[in-house]
Design a protein around this ligand. Sequence first.
Ligand code: PLP
Length: 430
Amino acid sequence: MSDAQPYGPALSSVDPDIARLIDDENRREHETMRLIASENYASRAVMEATGSCLTNKYSEGYARKRYYEGQQVVDQVEELAITRLRRLFGKTAAAGGEDDLHVNVQPYSGSPANLAVYLAFCQPGDVIMGLGLAAGGHLTHGHGVSITGKYFKSVPYGVRKSDHRIDMDEVRALAKEHRPKLLWAGTTAYPRQLDWAAFRSIADEVSAVLVADIAHISGLVAAGVHPSPIGIADVVTSTTHKTLRGPRGGMILSKKAHAAALDKAVFPGLQGGPHNHTTAGLAVAALEASTDAFVAYAKQVVENAKTLGEELVARGFAVTTGGTDNHLLLVDVTPKGIAGKPAAQALDKAGIVGNYNAIPFDPRKPFDPSGIRVGTPAVTSRGMGKEEMRMLAAWIDRVVAAPTDDGVLAKVAAEVKELCNRFPAPGLRV
Ligand SMILES: *Cc1c(COP(=O)(O)O)cnc(C)c1O
């Protein structure tokens, strides 16, 4: 045969250390309940596309307008991803959504997608408004430590003290007083649906650009399980790896009037070459998300979150807003005599992986808050349902009652592992 360079030796022989760590993580992800609301399991098909030769190709620019040669294949990959996403999200719009929908799949992740929106519409010092971090908003919506809070004048809105829901009267009053250039509607730790039309009317009153950041809920929106901002918001940004279950990445969907400004902001404004292997993975995820199986998954995500919330409330936990309409719950664990951080740490030892989280108006400090955030996308991707949510609530209850009892934690971890063995996760090798 030829002397050409071969495919090459396997990772396990080139770098046994990293190979072993990947195996360890594969096992950890298999044997534990993944309750981090932003996480999921990308399918094997998505992972194969992501781990492909497309990572080798440079393609600065956009399809048919590139700065390097050799784009015969990559242009098709990017156009296929865009076509599928336009169809997927276009059908969620009230009317004619797909016709007035522009898609940019190049943002490296959710945060760069959001930065591109600032670059397209704002000058440093402009006023912007978003939900405050402590109320469930995202860093990139103007939080003080983020570049978005340092380079722009951020006016955060919050949730009502009485029911922990976004206070649209407050949003309107603040918008009228401060006249923001951008109005962000999007959340990272908020268990209720967003009223896009109400945000739209406020944005119109003050001539703000309305940006819906659906990073957490894009899978629910695609499946029609959460109302869609497509056709209502001027711009919609999202990650691709949360409920949408694609590879780690970001995207921007917008009205066509904003296409040129947003494309220019992503490249050359903010980024160089797009991550073509990620674009391919996103195209696969968009195809998967257009199936009936995906719609069933999205419905079950919400059902599971509701069941888990009801079971936790029945056991004496306090759930903010009293429940959920989406994929996550914000659980105040202090009625059980424990704070969020030690609860999350004990749960992790028991194979139940979530994160500690502040609850609205939390009397405790951000590094040691009152709550935990739990989400159901990943366990639902494993095929878990109502019965498993009941078991999960019982385990959570047992763990927070004995957070320092290693015997209890080990016992729960073994039971969790047994359940996980019955529900293998997509994309993992067992
Ligand atoms: C996760 C998230 C982001 C950021 O995404 P990264 O990919 O982590 O940069 C942005 N906005 C919201 C609302 C998010 O939940």
